[in-house]
Design a protein around this ligand. Structure first.
Ligand code: MTE
Ligand code: MO
Length: 381
């Protein structure tokens, strides 16, 4: 997989884990553009990178659909059979900013699979493919004795990984409710190019507004099942625990399975501990995102740890998309010297905003660090 890192990723990616390969781009570059280039897009893997030949590639749709089908890439790309859909969608790993939770208390961080991410495990791309809804319709929908509201679609990735001495396939699921809204794409194109190998070539799912974990790379099977998947990634990972759960009492059944990503944001420039010589203003840049069908409407920054907030001027937010992030920039008035506590918070279109401190939402598996992002800046007038 190191070959593909060198071929497909920017040379200055920050390698969060060497194997399985996990990497994120340098902070400043991630917010230079509202679209994240394929080379800069973060990579989150549980195992290796399968080598799949697009020419002979197909995937199966089976389980409780009426007419199971085997569909090749050429067939899926045949526009007279399946209409194409193209969407700007942000993918965010629920481990984004985990490093801040690790600093409070390491939790399950001794498990290599929990990568110590900073603020870059998020990216925004234009994905092109076919809505999974169309493919399920093509298979005749679900068998008559099932209520569609009970149905889930299980995705199988061709990669395998090891955990606690066992070998697993990457398998997760999403509810039909999500598919029905045309919010699950079978995508072969990322920013107008074929999917890079490292991002799931030749075909992956893109699940809008959910944690990145549901957007299955190297897809080879879609199975219609009743209820969520029983597979280990769905059942034992991406669980959100209450603060009293720790090493001594953790049970998978005590965790909530995470789907929608909540509202969050980050300051990407300047960086924590930077010393800045200025004449009364410091330029801040960052991203803001809300999953679950929400979008950012307002971003606020504070230079005093969160007492006085300044609104980022609306015209300094990038374009609004239903399923995309917004990058932002701001000339922050600064009239004090020495160490200053900068922080950011975002409000989404339902007026949800972010928890105040990391430790108010610490959880054993250290997912969804959505508290106000804080950095310290040394200010010199
Ligand atoms: N799909 C497969 N087959 N194997 C994986 O390890 N990781 C998931 C998801 N899909 C994963 C996968 C996780 S946890 C995330 S956050 C996203 O892929 C990351 O997508 P990216 O690597 O294309 O950025
Ligand atoms: Mo993830």
């Amino acid at each position: 997989s190191w070959d593909y890192v060198q071929k497909e990723k920017a040379p200055d990616m920050l390698h969060v884990l060497q194997f399985p390969y996990n990497g994120e781009p340098p902070r400043r570059r991630l917010v230079e553009d509202e679209v994240t280039s394929n080379a800069d897009f973060f990579v989150r893997n549980h195992g290796g990178i399968p080598e799949i030949d697009a020419g002979s590639y197909f995937f199966d749709v089976d389980g409780f659909v009426k007419n199971p089908q085997r569909i090749s890439l050429q067939e899926l790309q045949n526009e007279s059979k399946f209409p194409r859909q193209s969407n700007v969608v942000t993918l965010q790993c629920s481990g984004t900013r985990r490093i801040e939770q690790i600093h409070e208390y390491p939790g399950d961080g001794d498990e290599l699979i929990n990568a110590p991410w900073s603020e870059g495990a998020i990216g925004n791309a234009r994905w092109t493919g076919v809505s999974l809804k169309k493919v399920i319709k093509y298979c005749g929908g679900f068998q008559d004795d099932f209520d569609p509201n009970d149905m889930h679609l299980e995705f199988y990735g061709a990669d395998t990984y090891f955990k606690k001495g066992e070998v697993y396939n990457y398998v997760v699921s999403v509810p039909w409710r999500k598919v029905k809204m045309n919010e699950v794409l079978l995508a072969w194109e990322m920013n107008g190019e074929p999917l890079p190998r490292i991002h799931g070539f030749p075909l992956r799912t893109v699940v809008f507004g959910y944690i990145g974990a549901r957007s299955t790379k190297w897809l080879y099977r879609i199975k219609a099942i009743k209820g969520p998947s029983r597979a280990p990634v769905q059942m034992k990972e991406y669980l959100y625990y209450t603060p009293q759960i720790g090493k001594h009492n953790v049970k998978y059944s005590n965790g909530f399975s995470i789907q929608d990503m909540p509202v969050s944001s980050a300051i990407m420039a300047p960086e924590d501990k930077d010393q800045i010589v200025h004449d009364g203003k410091i330029e801040l840049r960052g991203w803001a995102y809300s999953g679950g069908g929400h979008w950012p409407i307002k971003v606020e920054v504070s230079g005093d740890g969160g007492n006085i907030w300044y609104q980022v001027p609306p015209d300094r937010l990038s374009k609004k998309y239903f399923h995309g992030w917004r990058t932002w920039s701001m000339e922050m008035p600064v009239d004090a010297e020495g160490w200053l506590d900068f922080c950011v918070r975002c409000w989404d279109n339902s007026l949800n905003t972010q928890p105040t401190f990391v430790r108010s939402a610490w959880n054993w598996d250290m997912h969804v660090t959505s508290s106000c992002h804080r950095i310290k800046i040394f200010s010199v007038n």
